[in-house]
Design a protein around this ligand. Sequence first.
Ligand code: UDX
Ligand code: ADP
Length: 478
Amino acid sequence: MQANEDYRTIKNICCIGAGYVGGPTMAVMADKCPNIRVTVVDKDEKKINLWNSDNLDKLPVFEPFLSEIIKRTRFKNLFFSNDINNAIKNADMVFISVNTPIKTSGIGAGQASNLKWVESCARQIGEAAEGYTIVVEKSTLPVKTAQTIKDILSFYSLSSQGSQDKIKFSILSNPEFLSEGSAINDLENPDRVLIGGEDQIAVNKLKDIYFNWIPSEKIICTNLWSSELSKLISNAFLAQRISSINSVAAICEESGADVREVSKAIGSDRRIGKEFLNAGPGFGGSCFKKDVLNLVYLCRHFGLEEVANYWEQVVLINSWNQRRIYKIIVQKLFGNIAGKKLAVFGYAFKANTNDTRESPSRAIIKSLLSEEAIIAIHDPKVFESQISNELEEDLTKIKINNASKNKMWTFSRDIYETVKGADAIIILTEWDMYSNLNWEKISSLMRHPAWVFDTRSIVNKVEVRTSGINFWRIGGSN
Ligand code: UDX
Ligand code: ADP
C-alpha cells in the first residue's frame, strides 16, 4: 500500500505468533470480518501444521468453541503459514502476538520480560513490510516496549527514504484481555477493547475492524503508555484478588470460617464484586506472575521501593500458598509420602485449557516428588508429552536417588486407573468431571486410610466421607 492511500480500509492482516493469544484472537477476527484476509504466521513449523490439520482435535490450542470457528473460516479468510515475510509484505496491519517470558539470566533475570522475540519480530517487519503498515502490539509487554518497536522501525523508514515505496509505520497497543478457557466468549463479547496510539488514522482503522462486532462504547482509546500500563495493572489487580482470597482461606482453616461463605458475603458488596474470589492452589498461567513481576521491576527501576514490595507480595503469597498445601498433604499422610502413590487430578493451570504454563500442579508435584512420592496424573486435555517434558526437567533438579527417578510419575486419561492403590487424591484443576465422580468406586480402589485434598472446592464432602475417605478442603473448617 502507498502512503497516500492511508485511508484505504484494511484488507490484509498478518499476525505473528500462532499461540494461545494469536490463534483464537485471529480466528474470531476472521469470523467477524469476512472481507479481511487474516494470515497467522509462526516460526514453529510443527505448530502451523497442527493448525492446518484436518483433524480438529489436533489443534495446538484447546479452547471451547475454537474448532467450530476454525472450521468456518480456515482456508476461506483465515490462513496459517510459515511464510512470515510474504505475510508481512502483503499485510496492511501486522499484529505482534509472540511470547514474552520472564528473563532467566542477565539484567532483570526473574522479573523482567525477555523481549528478544518482540525485537526480532520488529526487525522482520522492518525488512519485509511494503508501504504503509500499522503494527499492533497484542502480546502483554512491559511499558515502553512500543518505543523499542518504534525505534527499530524508524530505522527502516529512514533507510527506505527516497525509494518510491516509502515505508511508513504506525505503532498501536491493543492488549488482549482474553482468559483461557473462555477465550472465544471473551473475544466475541469483551468488557472493553483498549487501543493505545497517537496516529489517529491508524487508531481509526483498528477501530473500524472492531466495529464489525463491538459496540463503540466498549472501545477505549488512550495514549500508547496508558494502554500498555493498563494491561499490566489489570492483571496485577486480578492476581492480587487471588492472593487476597487465598490468604483468607488460611485464616478460615484456623478460625472455623468457610472461605466460600466469606467470598459470597464480601462479593455481594458491589464495590468488591463476586468474580475472582475462588480460593485455590494459587494463580497460574503465562500472564499473572510475569506481569506482576514486570510491575515490580518497573517500580524498582523508578526507585519506588515500597510500591515494588507491595506488588511483590502478591507473587510471594502465591508461592507460599502452594507450599502450604504441599505441607498439609505431607502432614495428613503421617509426615511421610515416600513411596506412596498420590493421584493428582488436573495438570492444566485452570479448567478448559490444555495450557500448563506456571501451573500450580507442576509446582506442587515438584515438591511432592522431592519427598519421593509416586505421582499418578490425570488430565482430560493436556498432552502427556508436555507433562513429560516438564516433570523430567524438574526431576533433574531434585536431589533424590537417581535409580528411583525413572518411575516417579505416570499419566492416564482414566480416572480409575489413576486412583488404583493411591493413598490420596489431590484435586488441583477444576475440571467439571471431577465434581461428578463415583466416590464409592474410587474408595474401593484406593489404599486406606485414604485422603482427598480438594484445593478447588468442587467436590461433595459428604459423598467423599460417606465412601470412607478422609477429606480436606481449602479454606474449609476441616
Ligand atoms: C488472565 C487474565 O484473566 C486475562 O485478562 C489476561 O489477558 C491473561 O491472564 P488467564 O491466565 O487465561 O487470563 O486465566 P484466569 O482466568 O485469569 O486465571 C488465572 C489463574 O487464576 C488460574 O490459575 C486460575 O485457576 C486462578 N484463579 C482465577 C483462581 O484461583 N481463583 C479465581 O477466582 C479466579
Ligand atoms: P501466547 O500465550 O502469548 O500466545 P505462545 O507461546 O502460546 O504465547 O505463542 C507465541 C508464539 O509466538 C509461539 O508459537 C512462538 O513460536 C511464536 N513466535 C515467537 N517469536 C516469533 C517470531 N519472531 N516469528 C514468528 N513466530 C514467533
